[in-house]
Design a protein around this ligand. Sequence first.
Ligand code: BGC
Length: 718
Amino acid sequence: MEFQAKWIQAPDKQEDVCPVFCKTWKNAGPVKRAELYLTALGVYAARLNGERIGKFVLAPGWTVYEKRLQYQIYDVTEMLKEENELTVTVGKGWFSSHMPGWMESEDKTRRANRPTGILGELHLEYEDGSSAVIPTDETWTWGESPVRFSEIYDGETYDATASVKCDAPAAELDWTKDILIPQEGEEIREKERVEAQSVIITPAGETVIDFGQEVTGYVEFTVDAKAGDEIQILHGEVLDQNGNFYNANYRSAKAEIHYTCRDGLQTWHPMLTFFGFRYIKLAKFPGEVKPEQFTAIVVYSDIQKTGSLSCGRPEVNQLFSNIFWGQKGNFLDVPTDCPQRDERLGWTGDAQAFVKTASYNYDVEKFFKKWLHDMAACQRADGGIGHVIPDYLPDGTPSAAWGDAAAICPWQIYLTYGNKEVLADQFDCMKKWVDYITGATTTEYLWTGGEHFGDWLGLDAPSGSYKGSSREDFIATAYYAYSTELVIKAGKVLGEDVSSYETLYANIVKTFRETYPVYKTQTEHVLAVYFHLAEDLQKTADALADLVEKDGSQIMTGFVGTPYILHVLSEYGHSELAYTLFLRRKYPSWLFSVDQGATTIWEHWDGIMENGEFWSTDMNSFNHYAYGAVADWVYEKAAGIRLLEEAPGFEKVKIQPMTDKRLGWLDASINTRHGKISSKWTYVGDKVRYDISTAVPATVVIGEQEVCVEPGEYTFWS
Ligand code: BGC
């Protein structure tokens, strides 16, 4: 679409105040249809005649703004009157934010100083067949909105006593229109509401509200107040070991709400920012406080739930709940590492670790397609992929397992949904990533040199380090092989010539085997088997099982090894050990955090340690989805719903449950592009009953039995 509108800005605006842009007009006659095309440099909330337009929160979302900026189209026909006023309030959002919070760089300064502005056109089609366009231009006016400040990390300041005078002329903003694209991703929406559970007066004497669930979004409060009464709200994820409010782990992100009340009863929530929290501290709040005054509005991308998991153990069900909440809390237009501290960035390593689980839990095809387009848009000239997408860390050297998101994510989205388009769109980006490694390595057919995150947060890390003990070159080479293999597979699906990558792959595997005859850590074993690099896969998986047992039947893996370890154990005859790890309650384990009261997945196995102290203040998120990747083992191995590479999109399925009496029963289902597939097993004494319901032809494998069935419902026993 060709926009005739101009970018407009608020000239001479006080630095932090969010401007509101206004336009009034009278319709020339009865209107048949009215469509608003709108976008912003920043995030906007638009109103027509006082009513909020659309449901998109934090529009226009977060993309690689230098190359791609989404505009939205709203049908506003029903909202029109004869005389109309359109207003658009704009906050800094991700656009002119000082992200990331922990470092300074030229690029960050450039971004933080970008001016905010809007561009839009209202298209009116009159009943008499004539039409008119109202574009943004210098005929618009602007004023200071009641939003005195708004930004992603630091929160929002709102003055309900402010009277808005929207009478200053807007000025043209010199900004390109070449970046405009129609909305590609899911809209971010207010998806759920969680009522406050209790009001706590902490030992420190502070008033804290507990929502009972860590969420991402914002608080809505209702208060009866006098004009000028002040409200100040701080956000936190956990209480400290004394039961006091705590948010030192947000680091430099202030995450605060400041609200100046008007007279009387009023209900308000922020609209141009978001927070990750379970608790809020009322640093200032007028009058007596009751839980019913507070609701957490849960905000995330409008993804539809497709997966479900439940079983016979309450603590495991809580883990499942934490995994789903972890996804909701971090799927806010881009897959983020965490929603609370001064990061909230599209970390590639986290996304590739979780993408399979994500794609079973929710329909994330559109969500990932948009993010992957952004990845391609900011792929560096040499093919390197930044640590975060959009690339707000352009000085970071590409890391193995992080940059490999370029190959792993599109491949998984293709497999889960069966749509080749994502591969076609990303194929160049995938190839260029592999070519980047080929160009960057210091040793042919391995990936040596460079800077890597290694097995990030692996428990076998030497003291003081965040990186597990697995060799960085080993991990890097293993992923080099894996990404090359995915390029080959994707190329074959697309009918491309991939012979040069086939030769490369054979050479990487050969060199890997010669260079690494011995595997030292759990993660090294896991990668050697999962990526089919070891010459003897069974022997390597057996050695992994021995090592895990020697380590005390506990995981020592970090971001790299954790998503795959249970798959490898189950696939090679060590299902019982996989369950032992899965059901373990002592630290380190998935259930340890559950027993510590977690309602989302933690960044560290021991974010809160056994002695009640925090792992650290400098890097301790309580809503980091990565380790929730264990859910894909539950779907695929425990429940046995196996996605077949030859039948992408679950056109056919193999169902091969791996039961364990300790779980009692398990019920899993995935709503696929071809209908629902569910697998339930239950221990009845020493026998197991299997209830399978499949919308697609299935091969069911139970013990030694293998049967092919048509769509339908079946019961088996073993
Ligand atoms: C982020 C991660 C990320 C990591 C990489 C952290 O600060 O929160 O989840 O993958 O850095 O080093």
